[in-house]
Design a protein around this ligand. Sequence first.
Ligand code: BGC
Length: 449
Amino acid sequence: MPRFPDGFTWGVATAAYQIEGAVAEGGRGDSVWDTFCRQPGAIRDGQTGDIADDHYHRWREDVALMADLGVTAYRFSIGWPRVQPTGSGPANDPGLDFYDRLTDALLAAGITPMPTLFHWDLPQPLEDAGGWLARDTAARFADYAALAAGRLADRIGTWITLNEPFVVMALGYAIGTHAPGKALMLGALPTAHHQLLGHGLATQALRAAGASQVVLTNNYSPVWPASDSAEDVAAARAWDALQNRLFTDPVLTGRYPDLASFGLGDPTAGIVKDGDLAAISAPIDALGVNYYVPTQVSAPREAQGGPALPVLEEIDGYPITAFGWPIVPAGLTEVLVQLRDRYADRLPPVYVTENGCSMPDVPATDGSVEDRDRIGYLDGHIRAVADAIAAGVDVRGYLVWSLMDNFEWNEGYHQRFGLVYVDYETQRRTPKASYSWYRDLIALQQSAS
Ligand code: BGC
């Protein structure tokens, strides 16, 4: 393994709804995910995040696991409906108290807290008022950011505003496989602007509360044309604009990319108001990159009357994860180098805020989990980060998704991404072989510095 720069951040990541459970405790309100999980057929086997990893009660044990792992940073998310049960109004103190205690425990263990403010758990009353289709949600998000940072920014310097707004737009509002389960197709586009505006307004609120580093996390994917044909190449370019540029160009360049190839004209017409792009493009201190898979697309096969969407193709020829996702470490180097080439001096330092895999982990009779496949995955992707650094990309950290197995959205508990195995019957946590491997890697990197 190559040597990483001094001070490189080694971490793990989780998200509130995926691990906390205790959905009706401490004054927490419902989120869109609570509602979505109750819909028959929405989640595999009807599972819910009601208990999840019971982290709300077992957080001390989880912090101890991270301390033993030796990570220098922990990316978790703050549950908006814990802090503001209805999505507006004053803070719910028991909710903030939970994150306050967690923050102090992390700092005492020498772990830098890196909270994300929005990892998909929108308070249900805000969804009832239009959710991210409504401009007002952006202002509500900034109010919530001010409450969270007002309590915690004296101890937390780095704040991530949104997690993967593309996924919220695409799966939540365009196709509906995620909460809130809307299938609006291209009618989901206003959620892009309103999430970005929320990011911009929250950035102001965070800075006013004393945050020193503001970060936006997107999921990036190299987009490959299925063939060399001009049509497939054009389709790849169009999808690249939608997935990789729609949530980045406005932030780093102050302009939306051209989505004309979708037959949309200007998708932001009528909803972008004076001053919005100035707020959205206020400088950020780092960009969070989540990477899982490349995307392969071909040209739309037939005109269906509406806008022409590229066709997403299977990628063959690579080993796959339990999810069936192709394992392509070089794709991580590709997205990092592409970001640098695309945005040049406008690109701030980068953190890989999520990368990891679901594997078919089965405990042996002694309870151990020998996840050699996950070790191979992580080894390959960490080397891919090293390659990007060698190519001149300013990558400052790498955070594994995830610390422990957890509620994998519409897949329920069927996909295990953790370095720590969770027995959902007993809530017993068992570090997997990948946990020891990552601990040794971090220790070795740090002893060399
Ligand atoms: C999300 C995580 C999720 C992971 C694996 C990312 O898109 O931020 O919440 O668990 O991917 O699917």
